[in-house]
Design a protein around this ligand. Structure first.
Ligand code: NAI
Ligand code: 15L
Length: 273
């Protein structure tokens, strides 16, 4: 496979750090970008998504972009507007100007966070799962910015032929830490598999996928992700017994447990900065 140069925005963040470790084994040469400097990566581009000239230079000549940069939890509308809405717009505009073919956009389960969760934790057929074409139901201003990002991606495909895979990521971390996460956990290894599939699938136009591992207690439909060639290898089930013993089963009467977005629908965690 020829080496592909991929711009990784948000490279200093949690997911960015994991992907810096995992993606090179797929043969990618990563160009790194973040607001914050990255230890041990002197060539990383340290810039804000508001700097249009820097973005244009950053996307020049890349084969694809994985766009992780932005505010990753709830924050004030003003902050979300600047980083996630204007920032993502600026990135798409730079990519259009530099004729970049494809972006993988880190959307979130919180774009559809007010979708009721399946009540049966082990659905017996796909009809119980949250479908990919479910309506946007953002649960936070943060989730609203992810709905915007998905619409932006659709617009840039329809209008300009710039392809995107919007990945509605569940919870990507080394291991699940809550009972809710048992249903939406994306292991870091599966995240790398999914991003690789999104970058290499032949034609994607604008494809929306849910981003999780093949969890036994899955809440959503992975078929569009699998259609890209994604074959998840991990399952949160080995963590279930301990987490349920510590936290109890999800309670249908608890508003924090009623929807896909969990506690973001009631008491969203606020970004500290
Ligand atoms: P993070 O908060 O750890 O990393 C985000 C990075 O973006 C940070 O390094 C930050 O410095 C950078 N950034 C923020 N504003 C910027 C700006 N204006 N210009 C340039 N860089 C900027 O978040 P994490 O967990 O790594 O998530 C990465 C992406 O995936 C985010 O877009 C997040 O919304 C999305 N996501 C993550 C999930 C997860 O479970 N980690 C779940 C769903 C979505
Ligand atoms: C997200 O969108 C956040 O970026 C991440 O930090 C997690 O909180 C995740 O959703 C989740 O829903 O667990």
């Amino acid at each position: 496979m020829p080496t592909r140069t991929v711009l990784l925005t948000g490279a200093a963040g949690r997911l960015g750090t994991l992907m810096r470790g995992l993606l090179p084994r797929y043969g990618y040469e990563l160009r790194l970008l973040d607001l914050r400097p990255i230890d041990g990566a002197p060539d990383a581009i340290t810039t804000d998504l508001s700097d249009k000239a820097a973005l244009r230079e950053a996307v020049r000549g890349v084969d694809g972009v994985i766009h992780l940069a932005g505010i990753s939890l709830e924050a004030s509308f003003e902050k979300i507007l600047k980083a996630n809405i204007e920032g993502t717009y600026n990135l798409y505009e730079a990519a259009r100007q530099e004729a970049v073919r494809r972006i993988v956009f880190a959307s979130s389960n919180h774009a559809v966070g007010f979708t009721p969760r399946p009540q049966d934790d082990t659905p017996i057929d796909n009809s119980a799962l949250i479908p990919i074409d479910t309506a946007h139901r953002p649960d936070t201003v943060y989730g609203l910015s992810k709905s915007f990002g998905e619409d932006l991606a659709q617009f840039y495909w329809d209008k300009h032929g710039l392809e995107t895979v919007s990945v509605r990521i569940g919870s990507c971390c080394p291991q699940p830490t809550s009972v809710r996460m048992l249903s939406i956990w994306l292991s870091p290894d599966d995240a790398a598999r999914l991003f690789h599939a999104a970058l290499t699938a032949e034609v994607v136009r604008h494809t929306v996928v849910y981003g999780s591992s093949a969890n036994t207690r899955l809440w959503w439909d992975l078929s569009t992700a699998r259609a890209l060639g994604y074959e998840p290898q991990d399952d949160s089930e080995p963590y279930a017994e301990k987490l349920i013993a510590e936290q109890g089963e999800l309670d249908p009467a608890n508003p924090d447990h009623a929807h896909l977005g969990g506690h973001f629908t009631t008491h969203p965690p606020i970004w500290p900065h």
